[in-house]
Design a protein around this ligand. Structure first.
Ligand code: HPA
Length: 276
C-alpha cells in the first residue's frame, strides 16, 4: 500500500504542476516517436512544458527527441502531446516509461495516439510504409504493471483482447483511403534494443508473428489499456529487417525515412482527430 500511495502521490504532483500552467482539459494524448515530432508544429499551442520542469517526469536522453509536453488544440480537440518519449534502452523501467500516460489520463485524455519508427519484417512492406498497429507482442522482458496494483488506476489483470481500438483503426483506414495513403495493418513487436536485430533475430521475430519491430510503444500502450484508454498506434517503417537480404541500417537513414513518411502519418492523425 505504501508503494501504491507513493506512486499515486507522484501522479497527483505531476498533474497539479501541469494544471497550474494549463487550465485546459485534455481529450486526446499523443506520443510522437523517433523522427516524427513535426506534428507538434501544427498544434495551436497553449503551453509548452519541458519534461525537466514536471516533477517525477523522466528526462529524454535521445538526441532525436525533443523532450517536452505540448498542450493545446489540434483539429478542434484539446490535446496533450509528448514530443519525445522514453525508452527501455535508456535505462528507465517500463513503469517510468509509461508514467506520462498516467498523467495524460489524469489530465482527462480518454484516447491515446502513439507513433513510432519500426523495422519492417513482413516482406510485403517497404521502407516508408505506414502501418496501423493491430496488435503487439511484448518482448521487452519487462512490464509497466509489475509491482503492487493500484485499483484506483486499473485492474490487476487487464484484458488484452483488443489493445488497439478496432474502431480507431477503421477510422484511420477511412481517413487514409480518403487521402490516397496506402496503409499496412500489422503486429508490432517490442524489443529492448538499443542494437538493431541480427539476421537470426529478424527471422525469429517474423516467425512468431510480427510484421514490424521497434524499441518503444508497448509499455505506454499497456498502461493506456490498464487505465481504460482507447489506443491508436501507427508505425512508420524506416528500414527492412529481411534476414536473407539484410543491409546495414544507419540511424541517419532511419531518421530520413521517418521524415519522408511523416506527412502521411500526420495526415492520418489529423484526419482521425477531426473525426473524433
Ligand atoms: N529494429 C528495431 N527498432 C527499429 C528498427 C529495427 O529494425 N527500425 C527502427 N526502429
Amino acid at each position: 500500500m505504501e508503494l501504491q500511495n507513493e506512486e499515486y502521490a507522484k501522479l497527483q504532483e505531476s498533474t497539479s504542476e501541469i494544471m497550474r500552467r494549463w487550465c485546459g482539459h485534455a481529450n486526446v494524448g499523443i506520443i510522437l516517436g523517433t523522427g516524427l515530432g513535426g506534428l507538434a508544429e501544427r498544434i495551436e499551442t497553449e503551453t509548452i512544458i519541458p519534461y525537466n520542469e514536471i516533477p517525477h517526469f523522466p528526462i529524454s536522453t535521445v538526441e532525436s527527441h525533443a523532450g517536452r509536453l505540448i498542450l493545446g488544440r489540434l483539429e478542434g480537440k484539446s490535446i496533450v502531446a509528448m514530443q519525445g518519449r522514453f525508452h527501455f534502452y535508456e535505462g528507465y523501467s517500463a513503469r517510468e516509461i509509461a508514467f506520462p500516460v498516467r498523467v495524460m489520463k489524469e489530465l482527462g485524455a480518454s484516447t491515446l495516439i502513439v507513433s513510432n519508427a519500426a523495422g519492417g519484417l513482413n516482406p510485403q512492406y517497404r521502407a516508408g510504409d505506414v502501418m496501423l498497429i493491430e496488435d503487439h507482442i511484448n518482448l521487452l522482458g519487462a512490464n509497466p504493471l509489475i509491482g503492487p496494483n493500484d485499483n484506483r488506476l486499473g485492474d490487476r489483470f487487464p484484458d488484452m483482447s483488443e489493445p488497439y481500438s478496432k474502431e480507431l483503426i477503421k477510422l484511420a483506414r477511412e481517413v487514409a483511403l480518403k487521402n490516397a495513403i496506402p496503409t499496412q495493418l500489422g503486429v508490432y513487436v517490442s524489443v529492448p534494443g538499443p542494437n538493431l536485430e541480427t539476421r537470426a533475430e529478424y527471422r525469429f521475430l517474423r516467425t512468431i508473428g510480427a510484421d514490424a519491430v521497434g524499441m518503444s510503444t508497448v509499455p505506454e500502450v499497456i498502461v493506456a489499456v490498464h487505465s481504460g484508454m482507447r489506443v491508436l498506434g501507427i508505425s512508420v517503417i524506416t528500414d527492412m529487417g529481411l534476414p536473407d537480404a539484410l543491409e546495414p541500417a544507419s540511424l541517419e537513414r532511419i531518421l530520413k525515412n521517418a521524415g519522408e513518411a511523416e506527412p502521411k502519418m500526420n495526415a492520418i492523425i489529423l484526419g482521425v482527430l477531426r473525426a473524433l
